[in-house]
Write a protein that binds this ligand. Structure first.
Ligand SMILES: Nc1ncnc2c1ncn2[C@@H]1O[C@H](COP(=O)(O)OP(=O)(O)O)[C@@H](O)[C@H]1O
Ligand SMILES: [Mg+2]
Length: 396
């Protein structure tokens, strides 16, 4: 099975490109589902058909799905939401306000991801194409399983029996309701499922992220930042789509101005993304809506390359032993600005911050017994040096 995620700034053509790629994939004989995690339901508009919460056949071998997150939310999160509401109300929060506070931010996208997992598990599909929400949301969503792990270990301790026996005492003391078992169960299930989603999304043999952009300075700048954050979270971008490229050869000065400006950006893109393939699609004379216009767009975009091929990428995270008493942990962070990168060691974890994005990295066991000896950002990678902690190694 193959999973392709399309992301990028709003309006650049993510939905169009995802749909076009799905059409080509299906016509090459792969049973393909394209689904959208973007609450703005534009996938149906791109195909010019109605799409349902269940996969809907668009043409033979090609299915589309518009995840109805409201419905999924009601089913899976109700227990937890009730509990949170009780806690807030017991804490003196106005019931109406409590209701509002328990609507999880980003729940839409989380549920769309769970649907992706369900479809991946179903065994029905050769290819899953995902039309993601715009850049910021996608990043938050992709980081969620790991962030939730962190939260789970602290808020819902693994040894729940202890909590259970303390429950009556605690609820009397604090006047707060303790979470009932079914809440624990619901949170645990959610956590397990999200961990599976994450495992699927970082599996290099299955999943690639494709970054969609238009050759404009503002869009390219954001795409570069997206590449940095995706790498931070361990996702692999193995292709860039430059969409809405102005056709060359016009005599019109206004058009010539755009062509020249785009040319400059395209040159920059070629250097920014190193060896990652960059595919171009031109500004069509009208909106590419419907299966045939999408097929034509894909044909132009990919020419004779296979859009489903896994293109080589750097490993996002590598641990090397560089000498008998030195290890180096490298995290790929292309285009990261040194001034925005921060690193803190907390016990067995490394908290890595790049701008507004943070990843809590559980250290591999060999590094847990080491101390951080220094770190530097070079050639698009953060290299953290570790030396064995004499105290720990002596005792071991
Ligand atoms: N190559 C193109 N030429 C002309 N119009 C395009 C092209 N790519 C996308 N569009 C149109 O641009 C608009 C935004 O595209 P869309 O795929 O919905 O962007 P996103 O999903 O990134 O927000 C849509 O109306 C779409 O039909
Ligand atoms: Mg879209």
């Amino acid at each position: 099975m193959r999973v392709l995620l399309f992301t990028g700034k709003g309006g650049v053509g993510k939905t169009t490109t995802a749909a076009a790629t799905a059409v080509q994939s299906a016509r090459r004989g792969h049973k393909t589902l394209v689904l959208s995690t973007d609450p703005a339901h534009s996938l149906a508009d791109a195909f010019g058909v109605e799409l349902e919460h269940e996969p809907t056949e668009i043409e033979p071998g090609l299915y589309g799905q518009q995840v109805d997150t409201q419905r999924a939310f009601e089913d899976s999160w109700r227990e937890v939401q009730h509990y949170l509401r009780d806690v807030l109300e017991a804490g003196g929060v106005d019931p109406l306000e409590a209701e509002e506070l328990t609507v999880l931010p980003g729940a839409d996208e989380v549920l769309a991801l769970l649907e992706l997992r369900a479809q991946a598990e179903s065994g029905r599909w050769d290819v899953l194409v995902v039309d993601c929400a715009p850049t910021a949301e996608t990043l938050r969503l992709l980081a969620l399983p790991e962030a939730l792990s962190w939260y789970m270990e602290r808020v819902f301790p693994r040894e729940r029996r202890l909590v259970r026996s303390l429950r009556p005492v605690l609820s009397q003391l604090a006047g707060l309701p303790m979470p009932p078992d079914k809440v624990f169960a619901a949170v645990e299930r959610l956590h397990a499922e999200l961990s599976e989603v994450r495992a699927l999304l970082v599996d290099p043999s299955t999943t690639s992220v494709r970054l969609v952009l238009t050759p404009e300075a503002v869009v390219v700048a954001e795409a570069r930042r997206t590449l940095t954050s995706l790498s931070l979270y361990g996702y692999r971008v193995d292709g860039v789509v430059a969409n809405r490229v102005m056709p060359f050869g016009s005599q019109d000065p206004w058009m010539q101005g755009w062509v020249a400006a785009q040319r400059k950006q395209l040159d920059g893109i070629a250097t920014s993304f190193g060896t990652t393939p960059v595919w171009l699609s031109s500004y069509q004379p009208n909106e590419p809506v419907g299966v045939e216009p999408l097929a034509a767009l894909a044909a132009q975009l990919y020419a004779d390359v296979d859009p489903l091929a896994v293109n080589e990428t750097e490993d996002p995270l590598v641990v090397e032993r560089v000498s008998s008493d030195e290890f180096v942990l490298s995290v790929a962070l292309p285009h990261a600005d040194k001034r925005t990168v921060d690193l803190v060691r907390k016990g067995d974890e490394l908290v890595l911050t790049v701008g507004s994005h943070r990843r809590v990295l559980a250290l591999p066991s060999v590094l847990r017994r080491c101390v951080v000896d220094g770190a530097g950002l070079r050639d698009g990678a953060l290299r953290v040096r570790f030396r064995p902690d004499p105290d720990v190694w002596m005792r071991a």
